[in-house]
Design a protein around this ligand. Sequence first.
Ligand code: ZN
Length: 331
Amino acid sequence: MVPVKMNVKAKACALIAFLLLALCPSVVFGWGGRLHMDISRKAAQIVPDEMSAWRGYAHLMANGSYRPDLWKSDDQTEGPRHYVDIESYSEIGATNLPRNYADLAHMTSRRSTPRSGIAPWVILELQERLTTAMATNDWDEAAQVAAAMGHYVADTHQPLHTTENFDGAMADGRGVHLRWEVELPGQHWRASMLAPGKPAYVSDVWPFILNWIQESHARYDAILDADGKARDATGGNTESRAYYAKLWDLSGDIFVEQASLSAQNLASMWYTAWRDAGRPSIPRAPQQISEATIWRRKPAQEVPSAWPFFVAFIVAAIVIVWLSARKKKPE
Ligand SMILES: [Zn+2]
């Protein structure tokens, strides 16, 4: 029967779509997700020799690297963890941001809200969590936190994640974010282009984070400029291969340098956490880590049930009414 046939067909299509999405994260996230995996895998592979057991975690770091983007769908507070609009803090200066987010309120006349992005504070918090997890030999937590940290570290090396002009709207280049971050590497990027420097111990991670963010921010203009020139050269046809060839020609070096720096700085952060944790011995990596968000929501506060009070109130009211009725009874 026709309706039944259509039903079966629809179910089959849904199943195929589900399998495709489940098996190929890159279908959902394009090469943006693949780039995260490349950076995190490379970072784990280049940690200093004395931490070489961490290299066995490379597959976990790669597989967990794109998950924070998935958490956005059921956590409205996830988005601002992936960027910081440096312009919102121009009064203070990118490298003078306070270590404690709450101190921002006393330092700027502009009302700073999480919507301006909280990536640097998130990375600092995760560094502390990772150090504690390693120091207490909680390696499931360490792997989960380290993988998530890989995502936020990489995002802040993407210059367009450090500016309120993130999608070129103010420079007449709408859509540049997706073009530069997803489409461009889809056509021109290969993991073999990664050329990170040597990771090193960082004595104070806060200025280290702020410095790489400031350097990243300093490059966003050049990307918008390259986009403008590539559009001019191709009659504004931002879907053409010629446009992406020109864009890569003009900004591919920034892309490769920022991705490479990201892998190096991420490796330095992991190495620093491990050293600060007292160089604990690293066990064999588990097969997989939880896909759930690492941001534990506070359990809803237990609200005491109102029922006992309500019942007591009713009983007391009945007793009072009954007693007063008895008193009024004529002798
Ligand atoms: Zn992200």
